[in-house]
Design a protein around this ligand. Sequence first.
Ligand code: PLP
Length: 440
Amino acid sequence: MSTIIYPTSNLKTGETLSIARGEGVYVYDDQGNKYLEGMAGLWCTSLGYNHPELIEAATQQLHNLSYSHMFGGKTHQVGKDLAEKIRSMVPVDDAHIFFGNSGSDANDTQIKLLRYYFNAIGKPEKRKIIARKRSYHGITVASACLTGLEVNHTNFDLPVEALGIIRTDAPYYLREKLAGESEAQFVDRIVGNLEKQIIAEGPETIAAFIAEPITGASGVIIPPAGYYEKVQALLTKYDIFFWADEVITGFGRTGNDFGCTTMGIKPDMMSLAKQLSSAYLPISAAVVKGGIYQAMIEPSNQLGVFGHGYTYSGHPVACAVSLKTLEIYQRDEIFARAASNGEYLQAGLQQFADHPLVGEVRGRGLIAAVDLHNRASDEAFPATVPYRLQQACQDHGLILRAVGGTAIAFCPPLIISREQIDELLGKFARALDDTLQWAT
Ligand code: PLP
C-alpha cells in the first residue's frame, strides 16, 4: 500500500527503487548503489544530472522573475528568446510556437489548433486524425486516444469515439509482416492500407497524420526504407498535414537535430518536450507552420481571445533552462557528438545480434532496442522475459526499460562517453546471459 498512486506502474507491486541523486550519466539509490542511466530517465535527461550551467540558469531566473504568465498577451524576454531559438532550429516553415508543460499537453494543444485552424478556413469537417497502432503520444484524455497501446486504453474507456481517431498500421516489419513478405512488399501493403482508409473516411474529413519518426515507448520501431517517403506523398496527395511527434526524437537523439531529418520527413506540425529542457524543468512546445497560425488570428480577434492557455505556458524558469539547454547543444556540438557516439553504440550492440535470446538489434543515433525472440519457436517471448532482463540490468547497475512487450530500450544521455558506452555494453552482456539462464 502506498499514498502515491504510481504512474505507469503495477499498483500491487508498488515501490521498486528509490533514487536519491544523480551526477552526469549516473544515478544513485537511497542505499548508495550506482546505476548507469541507460534510459536518460524517461528518454529526456540529455545533458545528464547536476549540470552546473542549467542549475545556474534556473537559479538566476528564479531570482529575477520566478513566475509570469502569457495570458492577455503578457510576455517576457526569456520566453521570446526561447521561441526564436526553437523557430531557428525546427524544420517547420515559418514556425509558431505554443508553450505547455508536457508532451501530452503539447499533443492535446495540437488537436485544438487543428480544429481552430480548419474552422477558421471554413472546413470544420476536416478534423479526424490518423494515428498508428503501437504508438505513444501521451496520456491525457485526448493524447491517450492518439496513443495506440491497449494498456493505456483499457479500463479508462478510451479512445473517445467523438475524437475521430483513425487507427492505421504500425511500420514494424519484424512483428507485423506476413509470411514471406519482403520489407518493400510490407511497406507497399501498409501504405496501401493507409490510402484505402483515407478514401473510405473521406480525405476532406481528415486533418492530420501523427507519427513519432522513430517510436519510443512502443519498442523503438524504425520503419523500413521508403515508408515515410510513400506516406508523405499520400498525405500531400490528399491534403493532410504531417504532424511529427518529436517528444523523444527531438534535439539530437537520432544523430541529427530532429527525427524528421533522420527519416526524411517534412512536417507541418511538431510536438516537442523532454530534451527541450534536458528534463531539468517541465516544458513543451506545440510547433505549427505559419499558415496555421495566420488563419487563427482573425477568429481570435472576433472572439476577443484565443481561448487556450495553461497557467504555466511559457513559465519563465522553464524557458530559461530550456534556452540554456539549446545553447549548450549548439555550443558543445552535442548532436554531432550523439551521432558519432551513436554509431559506436549501434556497432557495439550488434555483438548481441546472434545471442540466443535476440531476434533483432535496431537503432539510430543514441536510441536503440534489442528485440527478444524465441528462435526455437520463432515467436516472441512472453513479456515476462524483457521485464526479467530489465531487472537483471538493474541488478548489474544499469537502468534500461522493457518496451513494446518484446524489446528492451536504450536511450542514454547524449553526453555519454565511449568509455561509458563500453560499461553499458558490458553490464548488458552480463544481464542478457543471466536472463538466458533464467529463461532456459
Ligand atoms: N509523445 C511521445 C513520443 C512520448 O514518448 C511521450 C512520453 O513519453 C509523450 C508524447 C508524452 O509526454 P509526457 O509524458 O511529457 O506527457
